[in-house]
Structures are given as structure tokens and as C-alpha cells.
Design a protein around this ligand. Sequence first.
Ligand SMILES: [Zn+2]
Length: 421
Amino acid sequence: MQKFLLTLVAVGALVSPTLAQTPEKTDPAALAKIKDEGLNRSKVMETAFYLTDVCGPRLAGSEGLARANAWAKKRLTDYGLANANVEAWGDFGRGWDIDKSYVAMTAPYYHAMIGVPKAWTPGTGGSLRKQVAYVNVKAEADLEKYKGQLRDKIVLLPVATPPQPNFEPDAKRLTADELQKMADAPAGGAPTAANRPAEANPEARRAAMLAARELRQKLGDMLLAEGAAAVLSPGRGSDGTVFTTNGAPYAADAKPVLPELEMSSEDQLRLIRLVDAGVPVEVEMETKTHFQTQDLKGYNVVAEIPGTDKKLKSEVVMLGGHLDSWHAATGATDNAAGCAVMLEAVRILKATGLKPRRTIRVALWGEEEEGLHGSRNYVKNHFADPATMVLKPDHEKLAAYFNLDNGGGKIRASTRRATRP
Ligand SMILES: [Zn+2]
């Protein structure tokens, strides 16, 4: 979500202020047609089904994302959009997919566990059944005490923040009054990525983050050099939910790492409690993953409804969301939901036969989760390099950009128009 705001700011900052402020009259008959198509012949859930259940997880550079890109391009063409294209934005890195993933505790008794390979990690090269070793490294000096003890072991890493009891619901529906309050808030009132007060000591936070990353790198090198068999590290999340990340860089020249699974906190904590109590623990696991290095490019899906007004058709209104996700689930809320809304919006506009005066361009971004790569590079390729702000000709034609990356649930707002200065 924070990333969404950054995307919005990144693209929004490039929207020409003169175009963005031109007042427009609304057309009630057109709005009625749009509502009728959207409410009575919606395809949005079908779209969400194809993007999630059918295409599957959509990790950057993966086969799943390629499936979703191809599906979206075809669907946009079928809707009647022009110039539907899977457009390369530049070099990303290696593709990676999971072919098999299995992990269970086999001693002191059998227990099936939840664990998912970290992205861009290798497989185990067959089935392993090994003793586990708990490795708790807080500083570089701690590495020494594990040397000579980890050969052929499955290494357990500590759970930094064990899940705490939570008595708050995961989500709640805002009342009409609460929505109205948000709509009436003066511009700049609520903290956003753009206006959040400056952090007291950002350098210290950055330095701590870099130090932690460096220590993790040294630990990884040590485990590899010591001949450990694999690593089980705790994933963020609780109640069986695991938020997956990457365990190795996606760069084509990334250094080798050990097979590594991100485990549910509860399973990881049980293993650690047993080892701490001196109970011998054995884990069985098998993972198969494969890399794709033929095509290292990243892609966005782009399509247009050409404008029809002689003067305005060269202006572009863009809408979009990121199509990529992480690999352990199907990225329904982050962000198939946003993409499904945008695909439905352009479907409705085509199905109603309305003739927009400006060109409407939909863009489904790739490689967002690794650093907004798809949208940032689209901006750089088409509008301006934010580093130099040397504007390209298309920059002055961009009238507006609407982005969605808000998760699940309906988009609700007040019926009264917000007053803005
Ligand atoms: Zn997102």
C-alpha cells in the first residue's frame, strides 16, 4: 500500500498541471450506461478468477506472470482495445518457479509443516531427512561458535518477532460518517507517503538495516561454507499465513545460496522449543525449483481506447495496477483485485459503446514487488527520467493517472463531493 502511494506520487508528479485542472462537465446518460453495464453484466469476478486461480502466483519473471501477461493482452484485445501489448520495460533478472515443495518434522514424531521456498533459492536436489541445528546469530562474533557443527544439518533460524495474541479484527467496515470525515479532511491532513513528517534519525535506521543485511549475508556464506544442507527461516505472519520474500537476488550473476524455506512462525517456534529442550529433531524436505535465464527482461501489459475528439485524442488518461505478486499464493488482494477493477473499467467503456474524447490507456505493471520496476521504468521510457526531469514529448499529453493497490473490499466513498482548496 505504501508502494501504491509511491507509484501514484511518481506518476502523479509528472502529470501536466494545466491538463489536470481542466474542468469537465459530466454526462448523466453516459454515467447511467456505465452503471448499468457494471452492475448488471459485470465480468470483474471472472477476471479475478482468471488472474488468480487460473494464472496462479505471479512472481516477477515467473511463468505465472508470463501467463497472466498473455491472458490480459488477449482479454484486452477481445474487449476491443487497440495496441494491446506486453511491453518490455528493460532488464529485470532471472525468472524462477517452484516445481515441488515438501517439508515435515519426522522426529520426535511426524508433523506436516507449512513452509515455502524463498524466491530465487535452489532446490534440495532430492529428498533430505536430516537433524536440525538451531543457529542464533546476533553479531558477527557469534558465527564462530557454530563452525564445524553444521555439516549436513538443516539449520533453524530464530523467530525475531513471535506472533502475539490479537483481539482486533483483521479488517472493519467504515461507517458513512467515518468516510465523510476522510472526504472532508483538509488536503495534506492525513499522513501519506508524500507528506509524512521526516523521520527523526533515518540514517540510524538505514545503518541498522544495512548491518542486519550484511550479517545475514555473512551467516549465509558461513552456512554454505560449513556444508549445511538447507535453511528453515521464519516467515512473517501468524495462524498459518506466511508472507514470502526472496532468499537470493534475482540478478543473473547472483551468488549461490542454500535451499531455504520460509516457515510458518508456529511450526518454526515448535521446532526451536524442542531443540532448546534437548529433544533430537529431524526434518524431511524436498524442494525443486528452476531458473529461467533466456529472457531477463521485465514487462508491462498496455492497451488503449483511442480518443475520438480531434483536439483531445492526443491527451492520455491512464489507469493501472501491478499485476505481479509473490509466489506462495495467488496475490488476490495484492494486486489481482486492483488489476481486475482496471480491466473491468475499460471493458465497461468498450461494452457501452461510449466514445471517450481523450485516449484511455490501461497499464498492468510488472515487477512492482521488487521495487516498482515496471511503473518506474515506464515513466522513464515514456515521460521523463525522474533523475534529470528532462521531459519527453509524451509527458505534456498525460492528463491523469489512476492507480489501485488497496487490497480487497469495495471502493466506498461519500456521496457528497469532498471540498478541496
Ligand atoms: Zn501491491
